[in-house]
Design a protein around this ligand. Sequence first.
Ligand SMILES: *Cc1c(COP(=O)(O)O)cnc(C)c1O
Length: 348
Amino acid sequence: MNKIFNIETLTRESVKKLSPYSSARDEYVSDGSEMIFLDANENPFENGVNRYPDPYQRSLKSLLVEQKGVSENQILLGNGSDEVLDLIFRAFCEPNQDNIITLPPTYGMYKVLSGINAVENREVLLTSDFEPNVPKILEAVDENTKLLFICSPNNPTGNAFSKEKVQELLDNFNGLVVIDEAYIDFSEQESWLSKLKDYPNLIVTQTLSKAYGMAGIRLGICYASVEIIAILNKIKPPYNVNQLTQQQALKRVLNQDAVDKEVEQILRERDSLIEALNNVGFVQEIYPTDANFVLAKVDDANQRYQELLKQHVVVRNRSTQPLCENTLRFTVGTPAENKKLIAILKQL
Ligand SMILES: *Cc1c(COP(=O)(O)O)cnc(C)c1O
């Protein structure tokens, strides 16, 4: 267990000191009566969105509380995971002083956010089987290391990391461990959410952009201890999740059956895509996946990428990423799209 973990010492001085913006809607508590709102300089004529949205997204959070078994004050919602991750940087990393650790090949936003926030990014390559290199990671830690980003299932490799390795990192790193679970709904592995109560240094992020099919509304979710969420709430823009997003998200999260059915279908399609790729001559290796995409090593990724483009299929060439020379990442499409893709691959 983490004995010397202390969220106070990790938080930036400026964040500890600040008093957050108090919005008009923060200052009154509803008792359910019908009220006349003359407090926020809104246009009073109803059009569905003339009022500011709930800054704490209470309806949506109450659904997540039921589904995920955490309390409301352990949830922070943001304008996509991108905003949530940025808030984590801004709360805990002092520019030009602190550092973070990322594990390439992985999601590109961690590095971009470290650049934006002027925070050193210490990169520790995954091992050749795409697992975290625990001894090397712990070696890279110093007293200014605030965050460790673990993307599991990992993008672009697709695999979920070994539980033992992640646990070892949670046990031995005294900064915050951010586990990005954007693809968790496609994985057999259990979410790390259930471990929140055991690890005060754990932050789990999820999103409605992938399995929930709502990349367009921008909704990212952060789960952590009450203390961490309180700090993030202090610095978030007051109305960071707009009304339309809250409404759409609410409908979708209420309709979990529909989400589950689509996930099942995507997983079936993933299996047939893998089978088809196995029979394509220029595909040299298909990596194990817990996500809604498949990473494959090919003979010449640039050439195959261009050939697919000519056939009006856009995939992602991940060749510039370390350990990913000549790889293409295929997102699983609809059955019709996959059929076309497979037909085209067979012809190339
Ligand atoms: C797609 C993806 C996200 C999603 O980000 P949003 O801003 O919520 O759309 C987050 N993390 C990883 C690793 C992803 O691949």
